[in-house]
Design a protein around this ligand. Structure first.
Ligand code: GLP
Length: 261
C-alpha cells in the first residue's frame, strides 16, 4: 500500500484525477471502477477539466460503479446513476452504454447482483477501482461484518451510514434502507485500487483502515491485502496516521511519484 498525503483536499483530488488520467491514456479501453459521494465530486470536476482542456478521451472506457440504492430509479436525483450522469458521464465523451451501475429497481435483486458480477468478468475485470470511505469504514456499501470474500449483493445500510447520508435525502426517514454493492472480494479482484479521503471527519477511520488490523468490521482495512493500492488523503484526513512522516518520505523519494510531486 502507498499512502500519499497532500496539503489540501483540492490537491488530493487533483492527484487522484491525474492517476486516473494516466491510466486512461496508457490503456484507452480501461475498465474503471467508479465511486460516488461528496469526496468524489472534485475528482470528477478535475477529470471533466482534463477532458475539456487536454482532450482526455473516455470514448473507449468502460465503467462499473460500486453501488446503487435499492428502490431508486435512474432518474431519481438521489440515485447514484443520476450522480454519475450529472457529475461525469454527461460532461465527457463517454458512451453511456459503456457505463454500468447495479439496477436498484430490478424485480429480482439477487439475479441482478449475479448479472453484475458476470458483466464485470465479461469486460475482463476492473483495471482501476476508485474508492471513497464511509464513516463506518465501508468501501462501496460493505458495512461492518461484510465478508472479506463477499461478491456483489444486497446489503442493509448501517445506522452510521444512514446518519451520514440522511442529510442528502432531507432526513433519515426518506432514505432507502438497502443497497446493491460490489463485495469486498469483487473490489479486491481489481488490478489497482485508489482510495481518496479528505477532511478531519475521516482521520479516525483512515488511521484504523491503514494502520489497524484487517477486520470485517472495517471493510476498507482489507485493502491492506491488495497488491496495488494507493490511499490518497489530505493533511486533515492524515491527522491520526502514526506513520505520516514515513509515508511523506516515501512519496518524496520514490521515483514512481516524481511526476506527481
Ligand atoms: C457512500 C458510498 C461510498 C462512499 C461514501 C463516502 O456511502 N456508498 O462508496 O465512499 O459515500 O461519502 P463521502 O465522500 O460523501 O464522505
Amino acid at each position: 500500500m502507498d499512502v500519499i498525503i497532500r496539503p489540501t483536499k483540492e490537491e488530493a483530488a487533483h492527484l487522484v484525477a491525474r492517476l486516473l488520467a494516466k491510466a486512461v491514456k496508457a490503456k484507452p479501453h480501461t475498465v474503471l471502477g467508479l465511486a460516488t459521494g461528496n469526496t468524489m465530486e472534485q475528482v470528477y470536476q478535475q477529470l471533466v477539466k482534463l477532458h475539456r482542456e487536454e482532450k482526455l478521451d473516455f470514448s473507449l472506457c468502460r465503467t462499473f460503479n460500486l453501488d446503487e440504492y435499492v428502490g431508486l430509479a435512474p432518474d431519481d436525483p438521489h440515485s447514484y446513476r443520476y450522480f454519475m450522469n450529472s457529475h461525469l458521464f454527461k460532461k465527457v465523451n463517454i458512451d453511456l452504454r459503456n457505463t454500468h451501475l447495479p439496477n436498484g429497481m430490478a424485480a429480482d435483486l439477487d439475479a441482478e447482483c449475479r448479472a453484475y458480477e458476470y458483466r464485470i468478468q465479461e469486460f475482463g475485470g476492473i483495471d482501476l477501482q476508485l474508492l471513497g470511505i464511509g464513516r463506518a469504514g465501508h468501501i462501496g456499501f460493505n458495512e461492518p461484518l461484510s465478508a472479506l470474500r463477499s461478491r456483489t449483493r444486497v446489503k442493509a445500510l448501517s445506522p452510521v451510514t444512514i446518519e451520514q447520508n440522511a442529510p442528502l435525502f432531507g432526513g433519515a426517514e426518506k432514505m432507502p434502507r438497502r443497497a446493491i454493492t460490489m463485495g469486498v472480494g469483487t473490489i479486491l479482484d481489481s488490478r489497482r485500487c485508489i482510495l481518496l479521503a479528505t477532511g478531519a471527519g475521516k482521520a479516525g477511520i483512515i488511521a484504523k483502515a491503514v494502520e489497524g488490523p484487517i477486520t470485517a468490521m472495517i471493510s476498507a482495512s482489507t485493502l491492506q491485502l491488495h497488491p496495488h493500492c494507493t490511499v490518497v488523503v489530505d493533511d486533515e484526513a492524515a491527522g491520526q496516521l502514526k506513520g505520516a512522516d514515513y509515508y511523506r518520505w516515501i512519496f518524496e523519494n520514490e521515483p514512481e511519484w516524481e511526476e506527481f510531486r
